[in-house]
Every structure is written in C-alpha cells, then in structure tokens.
Design a protein around this ligand. Sequence first.
Ligand code: HEM
Length: 476
Amino acid sequence: VRQLMKQRRPPGFPPGPSPIPVIGNIVSLATEPHVFLKKQSEIHGQIFSLDLGGILTVVLTGYDCIRECLYNQGDVFADRPSLPLFQKMTKMGGLLNCKYGKGWIDHRKLACNSFRYFGSGQRQFERKISEECMFFVDAIDEHKGKPFNPKHLVTNAVSNITNLIIFGQRFTYDDRNFQHMIEIFSENVELAVSGWALLYNAFPWIEYVPFGKHQKLFRNAAEVYDFLLEVINGFSQGRVPHAPRHYVDAYLDELEQNKGEPGSSFSQENLIYSVGELIIAGTETTTNTLRWAMLYMTLYPNIQERVQREIDSVLENGRVPTMEDKQKMPYVEAVLHEILRFCNIVPLGIFRATTQEAKVNGYTIPKGTMVITNLYSVHMDEKYWTDPGVFSPQRFLDSNGNFVKREAFLPFSMGKRCCLGEQLARMEMFLFFTTLLQRFHLQFPPGTVPTVTPKLGMTLQPQPYSICAVRRQQKS
Ligand code: HEM
C-alpha cells in the first residue's frame, strides 16, 4: 500500500509528513487540525502536502502563500474538491460547494444580486436589522439578569436576517421546526470534518457500514432537505413572475426563463441546495462571531467598559445605532476585528481545489488537487502580527485611536470564492453587538469562568456557556 501511495505522489509535489499506511494523515487531524497544520508548516514549509487516505491534499500556510495562490492565481485555485461527501450532499451543484464553471457563476451572480436587491441595497433593510436587534435584546431582557445560554437566541436572531432576504420573512424565536432544522444542519457542519467524514471521503463504501457518525450526517442532510423543500414551496405561494419578493422568487424566475436551455444550471434541486448553503453559511459563522464576542467582553471587563463608553458617547440618549455610526466607533470596530482574527471562525476556510496544473514556489500541483487554506495561520503569521497569540483590539488602532486596516486579515478568505456575505455579516455584527452592549452589562454567573477552548468543526465555536445580561439603562 505504501508503495502505491508513493507512486501516486506526482513529481514536483510539495513534501509533507509521512502518512500512516492506508489512512494517511487522517488521525493527526483528530485534535485542533489548524494548530497541527501550522506546526507542520514549520517543518515542511509554507506549502506542504498531506495524504488523507489516498486523497492528495496541499496545505497553504501564511499570508504570502495564501495571497499568491488565492489572489495572484485566482482562477487556478477557484474550484471545490469533488469529494464523495460533497457529491452525496449537493452533487457538486448549489453554490458554496459548486464546481467552478457556469453553474457556479450563475448561482453566485444571482445570490449577489439578490443580497443587494433585497438586502443592503434597500434603505429600509438596515431598519429591519435594527428591528431584529430589538426582538433580540427584548428576549434577553426576559432573563432579567439571571444566567442563560445565549446560543439559541443569537442563532435565531442572526438567521432571521438571511431569512428576510431568502424568504422575505423572519421566523419567530419559538418556531421549533426552524430551530430544529438549524440545529441538525449545524451539527452537520461539525460532522463534515469529523474523522468519520474524512474516512468516508477516502473509502466511500463505508456508506454501507450501518454505524458511525457519517450515517447521522446523511440522516440530518435528508431531514434538512425535506424541510427546505417544504418552506420553499410555502414561500413561493402567490408568486407573480418578474416581480420577485425575495431570493426564492428571483430563483424561480431564472428557472422559468432558462427552461429548456440545455446548459442551464438552475433547477429545483440546486435551489434547495443553495438556499440551505446560504442559510447555514450566514448563520453558523455570524452566530459564532457574536458568541465569541460576548464571551470575550465578559472575560475582559475593561474592554467591555471601553466599548460601552464609546457606544454611549456616540449614541446620545440611548438612541438606536445605525451603520453611519460605525465610523465614529473605531474601538468597537477594532474589537470586532480582533475577535475575527483571534477566534478564527472558519480556521481552514472551505476546501478548495485546483482547476488546472499549478506552479507555486517551485512546486507543481496537478489539476484537481484538494487545497486547504489555513486561514488561522494567516492570523497568527508572525511576519505580519506582533504577539499574534495575545488578544489585543489595540492592534487595529493607530496612536490617535483611529481604526487601521491590516493586510494579513482574511476571516472571509480572498479571491474568486471569497465570502459572499461579508458585507451583510459586517452590518449584522456591528448592529447586534452595539445594541447588545448599549443595553446590557455582561458578566459570568458568580463563581464561574467558562473555557475559551473551542468546540471543533468546520467552524470554531465556544463551548456552551452561561452568561448574565444585566440591564445598564432605561429603554429609550
Ligand atoms: C464562503 C467566512 C458570513 C455566505 C466563506 C468562506 C469563508 C467565509 C472563510 C470561504 C471562502 C473560500 O472558499 O475561500 C465567513 C465569516 C462570516 C461569514 C467569518 C461571518 C462573520 C457569511 C454570510 C453569508 C455567507 C452572512 C450569507 C448569508 C457565504 C457563501 C460562501 C462563503 C455563499 C461560498 C462562496 C463561494 O463558494 O463562491 N465565508 N462568512 N457568509 N460564505 Fe461566508
């Protein structure tokens, strides 16, 4: 077997740790993979290879290397790997995991246009986010300063912003069906990088092994699919062609217009996949960011206090924050940026693949090779950050307290497949964070200090924690 693997490693391929026969380097990834991979790069270089059970993979480390590949050679690194798991989940269609080509272009364009048209391009959209912020803080108020786990509330509030764009409507915080769907979907985001999922990619026949986490993954995916099919049908009722009310309507317009076109990628199935991907990509990430932000503000009361001082000085008489206030709040901006850098919500990005043979740093990477972008390593890159292991919002401020952009900051990745929701996520984070800290002082229940060790998965999230949100001021 070892001989076989050696043969498979093509000439000029980057070096890497020695694989264990058959399963390769899968076991090494069982604990914090982003940390393990960064350490490996200290031995093997910025670009090195891994063997994931026979799937040859290249890992990119540090800002320079990731920029060279994702940006300077944008077209070459713009594909997604045709892994058995993704093939089974979305048949390489939809949007997020779509192969690079016409299907992806069509779906990305439609999603971007819809986000603009039904989202940030609308004057009243910001007001709708503010309304959701109010539902959110009111729901927190119901806990009256007593300990509670904010995870569900944050998830519901955040997903409602994407729901507005996709379905034209929010779901109430007691909608059990929607909550359940999000819960099992986000469980799948965790399971997608579990050892079982990696094993499935290497040995797809384990599909027929009746136990193991991959079975749970398949069951969850089927349940999510059925739920989405039902809601999509519900929200497309009463549709008037060419007068779209939301993303689903806009998609159905495209579907009808392109009916009979041989190369069309629009289909009922791809509609369901892309709706699912937009919901989960928008919810899981922004929710985790806000949950980390709440945790760190509680851990660092002096930072929380400075944030609140800035909020109070800009939002006179407790008025509602708007996006115009953002530029007057450099400290809030610095804190949110440092949360994104330090907490690494998507530590290894989303797996990429090469569209053609690539030459990088003297190495040759064949077409179709899986590529892992270690975004965590960018945020810990000592060439660009001093003491990267220290949590310090100050690094995003100049000596006059103005916000400064940093180059080696890629929480949304870069290049052709960069995050499509960055602008929306930034709006949500700013409005939710300022509204929350304007109204509440956050503290841990007496005698408790939660861990900051993340729960592992495709995204990093805090372990469940309880918090007390104590009212700061009268409602204005
Ligand atoms: C892709 C991060 C919020 C939709 C990505 C990628 C990252 C990322 C790292 C991978 C890009 C790559 O392949 O290199 C984040 C973070 C967010 C966030 C940190 C919040 C703090 C959102 C939101 C939405 C969204 C709000 C939409 C509602 C997507 C989609 C892709 C993507 C559709 C796939 C793009 C493609 O393949 O063309 N995001 N994201 N994200 N994100 Fe986000």
